[in-house]
Structure formats: C-alpha cells, structure tokens
Design a binder for this molecule. Structure first.
Ligand SMILES: Cc1cc2nc3c(=O)[nH]c(=O)nc-3n(C[C@H](O)[C@H](O)[C@H](O)COP(=O)(O)OP(=O)(O)OC[C@H]3O[C@@H](n4cnc5c(N)ncnc54)[C@H](O)[C@@H]3O)c2cc1C
Ligand code: SF4
Ligand code: SF4
Length: 651
C-alpha cells in the first residue's frame, strides 16, 4: 500500500504548538508511508489540490490528514480523494488540533503526541477496506414538531416546495407564544395580524396535515425513512363534526376553569376554543374541569351542540406517519419566577409575568386590552418592570441571556404609555441588549419619546404598602438605594427549554445542552442541523430567539429538507456492522442492544444468526461491544484495527 500523510498547520492553531514539519518527517518512517508533507491549510483549495497531486504523482492508495476533528472536515477530504479517483474510504484523520495543540502548550510533548496519533491513523488505514456506498429510497414527507411561528414557517416553506407535511402541535391550536402577544417589536405591529394569515395558510394548505392536541409517542428509523407514532389526545369532541360555533362554551356551567391561553389571568369554561383566531377553530374539553368527566353528570355542551359533536367517551388515538425528515420546532417555556423570594414568590397578585402583561395588553385578552390590576381591576399608574428574572443568574442555574426580554420590555413600556398616557414606567435592568436591526433605536424611543425611566440595578425586595407595592432596589450608576411605589410589577421572565424537551430529544436521538435546549450540529456552520441525519431544528428549541430569527430558522430548516429531498435516493454509509456467520451463536444480544432496530435474527441452515440491515444501521458500534463472540464487527472500526492502534501506542 502507498500511503500519503498531510500534516496541517491550521494557520497557527496547530503549528503554534506542534512542529508540523517534524511530524511529517517522522511519518516517512511509518510502514507503507511513501509521501509526507506539512501544509498551511489542508482544507483550502491549494491544500486539497496538493493532496490530489500527491495521490496521482505517488500513486497513493490511502491518505492520512493530520488536522482538526473529523466532524469538521472528514467529508471534505473524502471528496478530495474521490476527485483524485481514489476510494474515499481509504482515508483516516488524526485530530492533532482539538486533541493536541488546543489542549497542551509544551511544543515538544505536543509534537511527540501528534506523531503518535498520525502513526495510529496510518496503522488503522493499512487495515481499511475499499467500501462502496449503497443507495436507498427516500420518503419525501416531512414532520414538523411544534406549531409556533418557527414550525409554521418551516411547514409552509416545505409545503410550498411541494412536500407533504405533517405538523404536530401539543396545544389545541397552533400559534405558540406569538399568538399570545399583543404587538411585536421593533415595529409595534399587531402580532395576530402578521401571524393569523400564516395560521390560516397552514389550515388551508393542501399539502399540510395538522395534528393539534398531539405529541410524538415514538420514533423509529433513520434519515429518509422515519416511522413516527403520534398520540392524538382526546378532545372529547368530534372535530370533523365541530363547526367552532362556540355554543357549547356558552352553556358550560364549569366557568372557573384555569385559562391557560390567557396565562391563568381570569378563567374560562371546561369546554372552550382557546382564542378567537385558533387554528383549528375547534372546541375541546379540559377533562379535569369537566363536570361530566369528573362527576358523571351535566352534559350541557352535548345538549347545546347543534352538530352533536361531543364525545365524552373519546380516547387518545395513536397514528403512525412515515416521513423522511423531521423538523423540531418546540420552542421554549417561561421561567417560574416563584423561585425568587424577593419578588414575592408568587404571593402578590399584582406581581405578574411579562406574558401575563401581554394578555392584559391584548384586545382579545381577558380584559379586552384594558390594563387592569389582577387584585382589584383598577387601572395602574406606576408600573415597575424588572428584567432578567430567571436569566443571567447562575444561582438558579440559568446563566444564559434570554435574548428577547430587553426588547419586549421596551415594547411593553411603549404600549403602556399608548394605553395610559398618564402612566409612568420604571425599568430595572442589568444591561440593555438590543443588537438586532433597529433594536437599539427602539429601546431609545422607549426612554426618550415614551419617558420610560431606566434604572440600572437589581430589585432587592417588593413589599405591599397601602394597597400598592414598595419596590426597593439599587441604582448602581448613581450608587444609591431607590424606592418606588408601584401599582403593578411586571417580571421579564426568561426562557427555558420547553417542558418535555429532554424526553423528545431522547426519542429523536438528538443531543441537548445542559439547559435542555436542542444541540445544533455545529454552532456556526450547522445551526439548524443536528447530529442525527434527517433531523433539523428551528426556532427557540435550540436557544432563546426572537421572532425574526425563529422565522429565519424555520426557512433554513425547510431549505435543508428541500435540499435533502432534491435527490430520489440517498447514499447509505458503508461503515456499518457486518456479521461473521461462522462465529455468531445466535444469542441475540446485538439485536436487543441496537438502538436503531438494525439487526434481525435469521434462520441460517436451521440455526439462528444475526443479520444487519445495512441501510438501517447507523454505525454506532453498540452491537460490537455486546457480542460475546466478536462475531459482529463495525467496518473500519474492527477489533483488529483498534488493537493495531493500541499496539502502535503501547508497544
Ligand atoms: C412576553 C414576551 C414578549 C415577546 N415579544 C416579542 C416581540 O415583540 N417580538 C419578537 O420578535 N419576539 C418576542 N418574543 C419572543 C417570541 O415569543 C419568540 O421569538 C417566538 O415565540 C419563538 O417561536 P418558536 O416557534 O420558536 O417557539 P414557541 O412560540 O414557543 O412555539 C413552540 C410551539 O411548540 C409547541 N410544542 C412544545 N413542545 C412540543 C412537543 N413536545 N410536541 C408538540 N408541540 C410542542 C408549543 O406548544 C408551541 O406551540 C416575546 C417573548 C415573550 C416571553
Ligand atoms: S357546540 Fe359543537 S360545533 Fe359548536 S363549538 Fe362546541 S363542539 Fe363545536
Ligand atoms: S452499529 Fe450495531 S447497534 Fe449500531 S446501528 Fe448498526 S447494527 Fe445497530
């Protein structure tokens, strides 16, 4: 075998603490290495051209590149080999950046370690086989999970691109948080007016199947061929028959049902349509509040319904959908501020969240757009806004910035002045973060045109005083204590991962960060991809995002799916497991551990044997560790290859 070795400087990233020339020189002594050189940027156009030239000049039949992580550039270099006419699997990468230069400062030691890693890669490569990728069919349907603005955008783009889309939303209506907002920064345009038409488009699009009040139960399969089982929860109403007339709600005697859509400000009925613009506009029953479902009597809604749509015996239904790609767009939830004792821990009725305030501002909200104190229904005059409640606070495990709270607080002070010209807003803030287009100008308008008084500092206590509240804090710019008497306090609660995000990630087999937000494939280069092929991210499920960024991600995720589906077949990775039938004793251990269901037991001349379905196998290698016989081996990660690497290091 003729092996070529290319040692990358990565500018000074590697060459700063590794003698790359010495590594290349050492490589010339390794078995079957006929050419070795160092190169400034192996991945650049001249770098790749150098590899192609060397393959042709030295008749190489294997290449080792010592550079960065294979996650970054393995595919790049494999394509380089292909361009030179070499089997692209006759390639190995030694990671001398993340594993060497970035973790050690001693140049001599680093150089030695880099030589050893290159030597191991050469020994592994010597045992590689020529592999050929297979092909499999793609099911060109896509599932979008989460019907907030990001999911809606992704669904519409995919559907407009001609794909069949299944949109799964766990609430009775799509719309997400945006459907609860009154107006949106930085243009202060009405949220319903810009979101409403998109929601209607979803309902009317011939390519979109909408499942609301539904969640993903299980996911099987792989890119191009996922089987997703969706649990459609009982609404206790036949939605085919329901016309959304709302007669049922007017007759429902259970009128003290907590109103989730209005953030628990006010109450609703046990059967209700969550808001006037809901999509689908269908009634559903809250089983915990329904007198019929809890006590076995009532049925007022059934008597009132002109289409006889009520079904008290309705059960959850499981539906399985075959799709080739999945976009997760499950958004975020809001931080529970009752963890903060200094803000009253939830005891004071007029200390409310920013989202509750949005509902007070909204014409379709519980007060029809009149700002009223929850305690006594009076109009507040002095309103204190407190930012960073549950953001940028290590002590409660939320060290990150929620990104949009500075902006929506500025918006809320502007809207407050519009609603009540005699009111005065005070904003306690840590710093103002307003980096988007026209964002800084917007916060300045809140202060300069709308007279919001911004106080840099934290609030230390809120105490009730004569029917109002005394807000005590510090003004860190003036270096003095401040006390403000307020009628209403609005907490800019931060964003946290959506409830159940971790469980969904496990089902989708995607990673999530320590705070539960889904992890992108690469923070800069793959912001909407995940590490699981065929699964993409859009919106705040990946981290807090405002509406423009969520929409942009919805577009981007849809573009990725459309690009994936532009081919009729996908290439399967040949680096998968294979079974040596003579060694296999048919114990089935591999079958039981395979997380992808890629192994089936077959009958071979009357004996049970394992067999790998190559298009399903994802090459994770779990089975190889479970097999007591060493009968199942992962191509290019065989026991022989790993032993050869270990021997290179240790002997
Ligand atoms: C008080 C407040 C005011 C704001 N004002 C503005 C503003 O003026 N301008 C602006 O740009 N941004 C604003 N934002 C930010 C805005 O809410 C977000 O940018 C936007 O909602 C993100 O959309 P999304 O689709 O990613 O997430 P979401 O809106 O959270 O939607 C996610 C959807 O997924 C669903 N879901 C969750 N889990 C599952 C599951 N397992 N299965 C199925 N469905 C699931 C949810 O029910 C929800 O419908 C504001 C935020 C707050 C808190
Ligand atoms: S009365 Fe019947 S048709 Fe009308 S909203 Fe209620 S369930 Fe639907
Ligand atoms: S490597 Fe083994 S366990 Fe992993 S997917 Fe393939 S067959 Fe399943």
């Amino acid at each position: 075998m003729n092996i070529g070795v290319f040692v990358c400087h990565c500018g000074s990233n590697i060459a700063g603490t590794v003698d790359t020339e010495a590594v290349a020189k050492a490589a010339l002594n390794f078995r079957e290495v006929v050419f070795a050189t160092d190169t400034m940027y192996a991945c650049s156009e001249p770098g790749q051209a150098g590899i192609v030239d060397a393959i042709k000049t030295y008749d190489l039949d294997g290449v080792v590149v010592a550079s960065c992580t294979p996650r970054m550039h393995e595919a790049t270099f494999r394509r380089t080999l292909e361009r030179a006419g070499l089997n692209k699997y006759m390639f190995e990468m030694a990671n001398i950046r993340e594993h060497v230069s970035w973790v050690g400062k001693d140049k001599e030691a680093n150089t030695r370690k880099a030589e050893e890693l290159v030597h191991m890669a050469v020994e592994k490569l010597r045992r590689n086989d020529y592999l050929e990728a297979g092909e499999f069919d793609i099911n060109k349907r896509v599932m979008v999970i989460g019907g907030g603005v990001a999911g809606i955008q992704a669904a519409l783009d995919c559907a407009d691109g001609g794909l069949e889309v299944v949109l799964v939303e766990r609430e009775p209506s799509i719309g997400g948080k945006m459907s609860k907002l009154d107006k949106t920064f930085p243009t202060v345009d009405c949220s319903s007016c810009i979101l409403g038409p998109k929601m209607v488009d979803v309902a009317q699009h011939p390519n979109i199947t909408l499942y609301t009040l539904s969640e993903v139960d299980s996911v099987k399969g792989f890119v191009g061929n996922f089987d997703v089982t969706v649990r459609r929860k009982a609404a206790y109403v036949d939605w085919d028959a329901c016309t959304g007339c709302g007669e049922c709600a007017t007759k429902c005697p259970s009128k003290k049902t907590p109103d989730r859509f209005n953030e628990f400000i006010g109450t609703t009925t046990a059967i209700n349509i969550p808001f006037p613009q809901a999509i689908p506009k269908k009634a559903s029953i809250n089983p915990e509040a329904c007198i019929m479902l809890t006590k076995g009597k009532c049925g007022a809604c059934a008597k009132a319904c002109p289409t006889e749509a009520i079904r008290f015996d309705q059960q959850d239904e499981l539906v399985t959908e075959q799709v080739g790609a999945i976009i997760a767009a499950t958004g975020y939830d809001l931080f529970d501020f009752t963890k903060y004792g200094e803000y009253g821990g939830g005891r004071y009725p007029d200390v409310i969240t920013s989202m509750q305030y949005e509902r007070l501002l909204s014409a379709s909200g519980p007060t029809e757009g009149h700002i009223k104190r929850p305690s006594d229904g009076t109009e507040p005059k002095d309103i204190v806004f407190i930012q960073c409640v549950g953001s940028r606070d290590k002590s409660i495990g939320r060290p990150y910035c929620s990104g949009f709270c500075c902006m929506y607080t500025a918006k809320q002070t502007i809207l407050t002045k519009d609603h009540m010209p005699d009111s005065q807003s005070y904003v306690f803030y840590m710093d103002i973060r307003s980096p988007g287009k026209n964002y800084d100008e917007f916060t300045r308008r809140a202060m300069e045109e709308y007279g919001a008084r911004y106080i840099r500092g934290r609030v230390s206590a809120i105490q009730p005083k004569n029917g109002r509240y005394l807000v005590k804090g510090a003004d860190t710019l003036l270096g003095q204590q401040v006390e403000i008497e307020a009628d209403l306090i609005v907490l800019a609660v931060g964003a946290e991962a959506a409830k159940g995000a971790g469980e969904l990630a496990e089902k989708l087999r995607i990673s999530y960060d320590p705070y539960g937000f889904f992890l992108e494939g690469h923070p800069k280069l793959k912001p909407v991809e995940t590490n699981t092929a065929g699964i993409y991210l859009a919106g705040s499920c990946q981290g807090p995002k405002d509406i423009p960024s969520s929409v942009a991600q919805g577009d981007a995720a849809a573009a990725k799916v459309l690009a994936l589906f532009s081919k009729d077949k996908l290439a399967s990775d040949p680096q998968v497991s294979g079974v040596k039938l003579v060694r296999c004793i048919g114990c089935g251990k591999c079958e039981s551990v395979c997380p992808f269901g890629a192994i089936e037991m077959i009958d071979f001349r009357g004996m049970p044997k394992a067999s790998v379905v190559e298009t399903v196998c994802q090459g994770c290698g779990v089975c190889t560790a479970a097999c007591p016989q060493g009968a199942i081996q992962l191509r290019h990660f065989t026991d022989n290859q790993i032993l050869a690497e270990v021997n290179t290091l240790c002997l």
